[in-house]
Design a protein around this ligand. Structure first.
Ligand code: GCV
Length: 712
């Protein structure tokens, strides 16, 4: 590629020619201007009023200004158009284009069947002769319809395209930011953040870059996310003040995100009545405490009328909670829910509760059991605007763990499933680890057995009233948003799977590739697409291969959780052990001889996990302590499997790096360089993992590698 071409590519990939003076110069992720080319070259009519319709209009106008199209807003005269965005509801004498679009839309909806409602966020895309029609019942549907047209590019204007109706499977699709307002002495500005500072806060103050927050809102809306919490669930003194004295800082963020249909939530400390209100207690049954929460919450809504609600981490890892007053989690959550209910808010109450002062000598305490033991007995006691937010696995966002049994144990409670987009345990955005396939597996998991409902159905709830899907965000003030440019795909995929958990994650990745690396902006689009799929499709399994084996988990360096530390947590208070000795490895969680954790599942999985014959290989060491010579369903022994997967994992990473090098000159040079640099680190770190894990188990077991490879 010559210098001119390189400059041209950079112009396509970066917002370096802002259409508006306050547009930020950051990587445009999955919304580069080029992705709007097809839409922006058309004649577009937007019909309707209100904030979100204005957003649609603004997006369309910007695209048309760039690519030569035209846009009309609710014209009263007749215009010839290629694309109409319109609300379904009747109004006075709309133009004939709108009338035609509406009646074609109604016909299409009848054809599709079940056509009565598109819901608060759904939309219809149909063709009416030469015109593409996007219809919605509510403005949010038009916004999502707009981004659908962007994703489809020219295909949105294909005369043969059959009508499609889209409605989100999950009502709340939320990102939790673990961003601190003041820099935490150990955790920094963003707890478990791997992309620089926070986009919201810097050194105790708002960061003040509203253009960047607006851009973030756009990206989230285009992926389907509709809620965020703006501060860490570990709430320290400065962050606590966001609820009261510094509420204006939250309101400012809410104002910027509102045009993208994103509601703002706040993490609050359970001790707020004491630390902010000057009360002597935070007892949830105390009348004065309840009155304080009610009044404080009203003030929040006066300032932010569409405020989403509170997120609470209580009695967990040192955060205050109801246990101090001899109350339980239902008492605590219901108190906040009572304050929020009249104002339309919800409380997301986290189930991540366990004893982090465990004695490693005590074999009977099992961290995996804790959330179920605390929460399952409370089923039926939570108010309807409480959402119990459960990490997808029973331990802590590991590369592989079973699905949390809590999710199937509380049929009378609204459950949200929590994922982690930030790659705390999956390579910290220095490693390529595309998490779509893993989340898809989790969301499709059927806790009652193969014929039963899936996890995603629980999160969706009966008649859509479930708690939804939540994930810990992975962005920061980094030029590429996510540190590793390819980690953008995890954020995008989270939103898309939250909209439709049944989607094939590889198809979602393909969509992300097309948007982020627009074919018209790359010299060889097929090569780029193929290379990215080869690198990313299986990268989560590759990561699994070179890290902790067979579901045993952790084995990371204590504290920062990066890189191998096989015994790092083995003799600590955190309750995450592998129990390797000279004879075998794994945690006995059976009812027969272990901690009894298997009994927390409905019968199908309680039986499957209990038995060595039926326990899936990939979770064997999560559920069983077995000898190194134990033969897996795959036919390999445990020890040989450890050696083989660790050698294979490093080979795969080396191949990824080789593959990436073929893209030199094909894509934006800044993206190329950043990824290349991170792949070097991934190869280094994977090699370290391989050698430490293999050596550790060789030294413990004394069993040599069948293939005589280097072990130290
Ligand atoms: C925000 C893990 C992380 C903590 C995090 C916690 C949580 O333990 O290491 O940094 O705290 O999960 O989910 O609350």
């Amino acid at each position: 590629m010559n210098a001119d071409e390189s400059v041209h590519l950079e112009q396509l990939m970066f917002v370096d020619d802002p259409m508006e003076p306050n547009e930020p110069r950051v990587h445009p992720a999955w919304l580069p201007p080029e992705a709007f080319r097809s839409l922006g070259a058309r004649r577009v009519l937007v019909h309707g009023d209100g904030l979100l319709v204005d957003t649609v209009l603004h997006e369309v106008s910007r695209a048309c200004a760039r690519y030569g199209g035209r846009v009309w807003h609710s014209p009263s005269w007749d215009v010839d158009v290629d694309l109409v965005f319109a609300l379904r509801g009747a109004d006075e004498s709309p133009s004939s284009a709108v009338r035609a679009a509406r009646s074609a839309g109604e016909v299409a909806l009848t054809e599709i069947g079940d056509g009565a409602s598109l819901g608060d966020e759904g939309f219809l895309l149909a063709r009416d002769g030469d015109v593409t029609v996007v219809l919605a019942d509510a403005p949010a549907g038009l916004l999502y319809g707009l981004f659908h047209v962007v994703r489809l590019c020219a295909a949105a204007f294909d005369p043969e395209r059959p009508p499609e109706r889209h409605r989100p499977a999950l009502r709340r699709r939320m990102l939790d930011h673990w961003d601190n307002v003041a820099v935490h002495p150990v955790m920094g500005q963003v707890e478990r953040g791997y992309a620089g500072g926070s986009i919201f806060w810097r050194d105790g103050r708002p960061r003040g870059d509203l253009a960047r927050i607006r851009e973030y809102g756009r990206l989230l809306a285009a992926s389907g996310v509709n809620a965020i919490s703006v501060n860490n669930v570990n709430v320290a003194r400065t962050e606590a003040l966001l609820l009261t004295d510094r509420l204006g800082d939250v309101a400012e963020i809410a104002d910027v995100l509102r045009p993208y249909h994103i509601r703002v939530h706040l993490s609050v400390t359970f001790a707020a009545p004491v630390v902010l209100g000057g009360l002597s207690t935070a007892d949830p049954l105390d009348e004065g405490v309840r009155a304080w929460w009610a009044a404080t919450t009203r003030t929040v809504y006066d300032r932010i009328p569409d405020f989403g609600g509170y997120v609470v981490k209580a009695d967990s890892e040192g955060q205050p909670g109801p246990f101090t007053y001899g109350r339980d989690h239902a008492d605590g959550a219901n108190m906040l829910a009572e304050a929020l209910a009249p104002l339309g808010g919800v409380v997301h109450w986290r189930a991540f509760v366990y004893n982090h002062h465990q004695d490693w000598r005590d074999r009977s305490t099992d961290r995996a059991r804790a959330a179920y033991d605390h929460f399952a007995p409370l089923d039926g006691r939570f108010r309807t605007n409480v959402v119990v937010q459960v990490k997808f696995g029973p331990v802590d966002f590991q590369t592989r763990e079973p699905v949390s049994p809590v999710i199937a144990a509380m049929p009378a409670t609204r459950i949200a499933v929590e994922l982690q987009v930030t790659q705390e345990y999956t390579g910290q955005q220095r490693h390529v680890c595309h998490l779509g396939p893993w989340w898809s597996e989790v969301l499709r998991f059927a806790p009652w057995g193969p014929d039963g409902r899936a996890l995603a159905d629980v999160a969706a709830g009966e008649s859509g009233v479930g708690g939804g899907l939540v994930a810990v965000a992975n962005v920061g003030d980094d030029l590429f948003w996510t540190g590793h440019p390819l980690a953008q795909a995890n954020l995008y995929t989270f939103g898309r799977l939250a909209w439709d958990p049944r989607r094939d994650p590889t198809a979602v990745l393909d969509e992300w590739i097309t948007l982020t690396f627009p074919p018209s902006a790359t010299a060889d689009p097929d090569l780029v697409r193929r290379a990215l799929h080869e690198i990313m499709d299986d990268s989560w399994r590759t990561y699994e291969r070179y890290t902790a084996p067979l579901g045993v988990g952790f084995m990371v360096n204590p504290g920062d959780h990066y890189g191998p530390g096989v015994d790092g947590y083995e003799y600590t208070r955190w309750g995450t052990y592998h129990f390797a000795d000279r004879d075998g490895v794994g945690v006995d969680r059976t009812r027969a001889s272990g901690t009894g954790f298997t009994g927390q599942y409905p019968p199908y999985w309680a039986e499957a996990y209990e038995s060595l014959e039926t326990c899936p290989d990939e979770l064997l060491l999560f559920f069983h302590h077995v000898p190194y010579g134990h033969v897996l369903h795959s036919g390999s022994t445990v020890i040989q499997h450890i050696y083989d997967t660790h050698f294979a994992g490093v080979e795969e990473v080396t191949a990824m790096r080789r593959r990436w090098l073929t893209l030199n000159g094909m894509i934006d040079p800044a993206v190329y360089e950043r990824v290349a640099e991170r792949l070097d680190e991934q190869v280094r770190c994977a090699t370290e993992w391989r050698d430490q894990i293999n050596t550790y188990f060789y030294r413990k077991s004394g069993v040599p590698d069948e293939r005589g490879r280097d072990i130290y």
